[in-house]
Design a protein around this ligand. Structure first.
Ligand code: BG6
Length: 486
């Protein structure tokens, strides 16, 4: 007998800054994403000092969803999507972040977008902060390094809960909040918390301070959501990459445990309402002075999430480093595994994508069990997908069988976790149903979609949408509630 839930939220996920465009329309202010240039495969994006004429900022246009959203959402409806995860661009609501009043035009834009979703029978799943701080908060306050940003975020969250009460049932606070602890470079501090002013010597302490402030902001938003709309559910969003001990050497296992602590202590705070002891001890050993008051500790307790959302793309193997028991993740990562902590070693059992991301479907079953055992909370897979180069044939068709293969194997592992392991899973929103700008590289040619968008890395193209082979595959899969894996 199948145990797969009938009301399972099959869907797709995106983020406002990666598809909306309209960066200076509808009263929108400049966000952190608006000052990030295009990078490339292996070429980092640059952060410019304000918007500089002549630079290539791919998020300025995205795929112009701002003007195409009704048609795009119709395509999502045709696909059969039950859920659409996107984010609210903070700068559409509060252009500078610290404005006295919200921007009505921005609020109205999302009102209509959510209506368009409901017309297609699609549930909006909304992230409040997806790599998209108002740039003004970065320049004037140094982002979440400053406690005043906690209040600005809470106000933004409250305005959204009041306005979209009844229209949005599933919320998330910060996208991939834990990325900042995994990356050896400042890039993620900027994306998560808009901390622009980083002194190399205190970078790690500053990262923890900004993280703590974001966690307090998240807890305040959770509390506000519960007060304003008790029927809604609000979750966190963790970037989850299983960390396997590279060998059965107990030292590697200890290293894995410690690496888990560093990457995933955020989840303890979200789901248990407290900072784990190992993190306090680490800060003490490192001599970090983290500002976290008794009152704030009480706030964390009141802000326990209703579910755990997480992204899953890849796993890593970790090996002990005898020379560095408290490894410093700000050292360089190894090539080929993205922004890795320095205890990460290649995993000979896994192939990698064209961007060097290890492909590990079974790791998703591991991930689901890892979360469920620890937190006993409903889970939602809010990102999982395959970035690849697609080839358009002469007749306009696109055979993206590699994408189907990737998704099929991951979904198979997910179904096993639900049916065989009994994990409580609310939904699966793959990344991303339509081609959008890559967050890490700014490329358009790193494609994830079932729907092709005619635009390349140079920004050329008609923006026309067309269906890839995978479109029909996912459509069948949803229609059969996961039974027809193709
Ligand atoms: C996740 C982010 O880390 O991965 C998304 O939440 C991002 O914003 C996705 O787009 C895929 O990464 P990339 O760099 O290939 O776009």
């Amino acid at each position: 007998m199948s145990h797969f839930p009938k009301d399972f939220l099959w869907g797709g996920a995106v983020a406002a800054h990666q598809l909306e465009g309209g960066w200076d329309q509808g009263g929108k202010g400049i966000s952190i994403a608006d000052v990030m240039t295009a990078g490339g495969n292996g070429i980092p994006r640059r952060i410019t000092n304000g918007v500089i004429p002549g630079e290539n900022y791919p998020n300025h246009e995205g795929i112009d969803f701002y003007h195409h959203y009704r048609d795009d959402i119709k395509l999502f409806g045709e696909l059969g999507m039950k859920a659409f995860r996107t984010s609210i661009a903070w700068t559409r609501i509060f252009p500078n972040g610290d404005d006295a009043e919200p921007c009505e035009e921005g609020l109205a834009f999302y009102d209509d977008m959510f209506d368009a979703c409901h017309e297609q029978g699609i549930e909006p799943v909304i992230t409040l902060q997806h790599f998209e701080m108002p740039y003004h908060l970065a320049t004037e306050y140094n982002g979440f390094a400053d406690k005043r940003c906690i209040d600005f975020f809470e106000r933004f969250a409250r305005v959204c809960f009041e306005r979209y009460k009844g229209k949005v049932k599933y919320w998330m606070t910060f996208n991939e909040i834990n990325n900042q602890a995994a990356a050896p470079i400042a890039h993620h501090m900027l994306q998560e918390g808009a901390v622009l002013n980083i002194d190399k010597d205190n970078a790690e302490q500053l990262m923890y301070q900004a993280s703590v402030n974001e966690l307090i902001a998240s807890a305040k938003a959770v509390k506000a959501c519960h007060e304003i709309d008790p029927d809604a559910m609000i979750g966190c969003m963790i970037a989850f990459c299983p960390l396997y001990a590279a060998t059965c050497n107990p030292k590697d296992q200890i290293e894995k445990t410690w690496a888990d602590h560093k990457r995933y202590w955020y989840c303890d705070v979200h789901a248990k309402g407290r900072v784990p002891q190992y993190m306090f001890r680490y800060w003490e050993r490192m001599g970090f002075n983290i500002d976290l008051s008794e009152e704030e500790i009480a706030v964390l307790k009141q802000g326990v999430v209703d579910y755990i959302g997480f992204s899953y793309y890849m796993s890593f193997a970790v090996a002990a480093r005898d020379d560095n028991p408290d490894f410093n993740f700000y050292e360089a990562g190894i090539p080929g595994v993205g922004e890795a902590a320095n205890d990460i070693v290649p995993n000979e059992y896994l192939k990698v994508s064209d961007w060097g991301w290890p492909i590990d479907p079974l790791g998703l079953r591991y991930a689901l069990n890892w979360f469920y055992e620890r937190y006993d909370q409903p889970l939602m897979i809010v990102e999982n997908g395959f970035g690849a180069y697609d080839k358009v044939e002469a007749d306009g068709s696109i055979d993206d069988s590699y994408r189907i293969d990737y998704l099929r194997e991951h979904i198979r592992a997910m179904i096993d976790a639900v049916e065989k392991d009994g994990v409580d899973l609310l939904g699966y929103t793959m990344w991303a149903p339509i081609d959008i700008v890559s967050a890490s590289s700014g490329e358009m040619d790193k494609r994830y979609g079932f729907i092709f968008v005619d635009k390349n890395n140079a920004g050329e193209g008609t923006l026309a949408r067309s269906r890839k082979k995978s479109f029909y595959w996912y459509q069948r899969l949803i229609a059969t509630n996961g039974a027809d894996l193709g």
